[in-house]
Design a protein around this ligand. Structure first.
Ligand code: NAD
Ligand code: 0WE
Length: 256
């Protein structure tokens, strides 16, 4: 029997079969979770629906996280279909492409607002909407971060600042929701070739550098992230909250 048998989870952030969210979805499904999947806009729906259906998802709903209304509707539907919720996987981020090049110094006011809204505030909005459905069910919320929150990664720019806000939000949300038995954690994943990484200048070099420098001498896989998410979603991590778990083949421990 799967370790997540009887649990209901919602996964935000599947775009295609390379998405980190998709790697997590497959692992959670294999361990018995019933999944709800969301997509951001009609173009994404075409890609996400067949993937979600292949895992037997009962609900496949739109959720652009910049819309409070779409967030509210998502959790209303989950409440009326399942009567509660155990797991939330938040695996999304966005910044304007022109903010992910050049200097952080040149970040525009609107570029900063958009990146922090989609990539950091959305965790707060989604968690607040999910919490009433999680009461008394040992809920778990997991989000995805990156090392650029902690150290300067050239060109990551405003996304690094958004991830720093995301990781701080994980701690504050953990403190707010701990009394309700709801845990909130982040996975800080190493670089992996997804849609969000496509077109990033020198991304290949970054993968190569991670491979050279990481203690494990390889980059991470979707299965690596899926396994860590499974731990954080399952009751085996019942004493873990407010944590940022690095899934980076050890890259972050190296000093030189
Ligand atoms: P991806 O492109 O597959 O996923 C990003 C998702 O964000 C997409 O599904 C997209 O639809 C969604 N999204 C963007 N704007 C949205 C909005 N307004 N509302 C709802 N959804 C929206 O790429 P990925 O690499 O799987 O990214 C998932 C998460 O992992 C992100 O938080 C990213 O920062 C993080 N991450 C990625 C890497 C990497 O190297 N790929 C490393 C560490 C962390
Ligand atoms: O979090 C990310 C990527 C997030 C992302 C990617 C894009 C590309 C397409 C956010 N917004 C957009 N907007 C787009 O228009 N990663 C951790 C992957 C990543 O992105 C980088 C990296 C790494 C690693 C950007 C610059 C430097 C390194």
């Amino acid at each position: 029997m799967g370790v997540l048998e009887g649990k209901v989870g919602v996964i935000l952030g599947v775009a295609n079969e390379r998405s980190i969210a998709w790697g997590i979805a497959q692992t959670l499904h294999k361990e018995g979770a019933q999944l709800v999947m969301t997509y951001a806009g009609e173009i994404m729906e075409k890609r996400v629906r067949p993937l979600a259906e292949s895992l037997g998802a009962k609900l496949i709903l739109p959720c652009d996280v910049t819309s409070d209304e779409q967030i509210a509707r998502l959790f209303e539907s989950i409440g009326s279909t399942f009567g509660g919720l155990d797991l939330v996987v938040h695996s999304l981020a966005f910044a304007n492409r022109d903010e992910l090049k050049g200097r952080y110094l040149d970040t525009s006011r609107e570029g900063f607002r958009l990146a922090l809204d989609v990539s950091a505030y959305s965790l707060v909005a989604v968690t607040r909407a999910a919490a009433p459905l999680m009461r008394g069910r040992r809920g778990s919320v997991v989000t995805l971060s990156y090392y650029g929150a902690e150290k300067v990664i050239p060109q990551y720019n405003v996304m690094g600042v958004a991830k720093a806000a995301l990781e701080a939000s994980v701690r504050y949300l953990a403190a707010d929701l701990g009394p309700d038995g709801i845990r909130v954690n982040a996975i800080s994943a190493g670089p992996i070739k997804t849609l969000a990484a496509a077109g990033i200048a020198q991304f290949r070099d970054m993968l190569h550098q991670a491979e050279q420098r990481a203690p494990m001498r390889r980059t991470i896989t979707l299965e690596d992230v899926g396994g860590a998410a499974l731990f954080l979603c399952s009751d085996w991590s019942a004493g873990v909250t407010g944590e940022v778990l690095h899934v980076d083949c050890g890259y972050h421990v190296m000093g030189a």
